[in-house]
Write a protein that binds this ligand. Structure first.
Ligand code: ATP
Ligand code: MG
Length: 355
């Protein structure tokens, strides 16, 4: 399946625009602030039901407006059958609402998303997954696992709610009514939901560790579970009542990414990696995302490349370009960079969108 076209109404800086997408490679050209990233974000949005940089969903709507939609056509490569997608965004007194349509029929989020094309985004800012705090790595894995497994998303929401409620009880401490019974209740919810998260995280980490090589370098990842159980909860209770916070559980899990040198020595790239080693580590994560999605959905993901020329050295660029022939790709670029890209990919089959 490929993306054939996409239209925007009051989405970010677009009032009413329609774009045709090439089956192989589409380059979005334009000066700064013309809407290159917005166009990519819209593709991500129609296929994933969320944007990739908003902190609040209403930022996706043109800021002077209250209603917006993105509309797209997908096409089966073989049969040429076309399907219509649309997501409406509406700002009202209660906040923002999203309505999903498949073939002009309203759908629930899950049934809308389940048969679409998977999508993988590469952008230089994602280096934060490697070079910033553990919570960003946790968030990255949570977002990825939530996108492929609605149950994961649900259990994560339940876990976070239970976590906040339990912290409230710890804040009140001994003054709270039926302290033991209340804690027991929330402990059970945290254990039930948390155990699911841990199992799924472990499974994906095993997948990453069975695909270690990229560009003749090897990476691995260590997943350190912060164990959650009745026994651990009772051991730690005194301390928790003192600090008034939940101190154990998967919200404290750790992910450490290593580059393997000379087959034996492991180097934590968050702590010790050079910039280019960190970037390669990021590609390792991203390329595995791509492979995993392709195996999981048995569909080729669409590749979105934002601004990847700005920071990458020639070797890392080449790594990404090797993917282009294999996946439908949309890339933001400048005229000069595009020429370079076409030379590197040896691919004459492309289209440009000039913004
Ligand atoms: N909700 C919104 N409503 C209206 N305009 C918006 C909204 N969100 C972003 N914009 C504007 O859209 C314009 C295009 O943004 P975009 O990030 O797509 O630029 P770009 O072409 O990728 O530029 P650059 O080359 O700098 O990355 C910007 O001027 C931005 O302020
Ligand atoms: Mg941009």
């Amino acid at each position: 399946m490929i993306l054939k076209s996409i239209s925007y109404h009051n989405f970010r800086n677009f009032i009413d625009e329609k774009f045709q997408i090439h089956p192989q490679l589409t380059a979005i050209l334009g000066d700064n602030a013309r809407g290159k990233t917005n166009l990519l974000e819209g593709i991500y949005f129609i296929l994933r039901g969320e944007g990739f940089r908003e902190s609040r969903e209403e930022q996706l709507i043109k800021f002077t407006e209250k209603n917006s939609y993105v509309d797209a056509k997908l096409q089966e490569r073989k049969t040429k059958d076309v399907s219509n997608l649309r997501i409406d965004l509406t700002l009202n007194d209660f906040g923002i609402s999203k309505t999903y349509f498949l073939e002009k029929t309203k759908k629930g989020r899950h049934s809308y998303l389940k048969n679409l094309i998977p999508v993988v985004l590469f952008s230089p800012e994602q280096i934060e997954i490697i070079d910033r705090t553990m919570s960003i790595r946790r968030e990255y894995f949570d977002k990825f696992l939530s996108s492929i497994d609605p149950e994961y998303k649900k259990k994560l929401t339940n876990y976070n709610q239970a976590f906040r409620r339990r912290n409230k009880i710890l804040e009140i401490g001994f003054e709270s009514e039926n302290l033991d019974a209340q804690l027991d209740y929330w402990n059970k919810l945290l254990i039930d939901n948390g155990t699911y998260l841990i199992i799924k995280r472990r499974k994906y980490i095993n997948y990453l560790n069975s695909n270690k090589t990229i560009d003749s370098k090897e990476f691995s990842i260590e997943y350190i579970e912060n164990k959650i159980s009745r026994e651990r909860f009772s051991e730690i209770l005194k301390k928790e009542l003192l600090v008034k916070r939940t101190l154990i559980g998967p919200h404290r899990d750790e992910y450490n990414i290593f580059m393997i040198e000379k087959k034996i020595q492991k180097k934590d790239i968050h702590l010790y990696g050079s910039r280019s080693e960190q970037r390669l580590g990021l590609f390792w994560l991203k390329i595995n995302e791509l492979k995993y999605l392709e195996e999981y959905y048995r569909k080729k993901p669409i590749l979105l490349l934002d601004d990847i020329f700005s920071e990458l050295d020639h070797k890392n660029q080449k790594l990404i370009f090797n993917l282009i022939g294999n996946y439908q790709t949309v890339v933001t670029s400048t005229e000069k960079e595009l020429t370079k890209l076409i030379n590197l990919t040896n691919d004459s089959s492309y289209d440009t969108i000039n913004l």
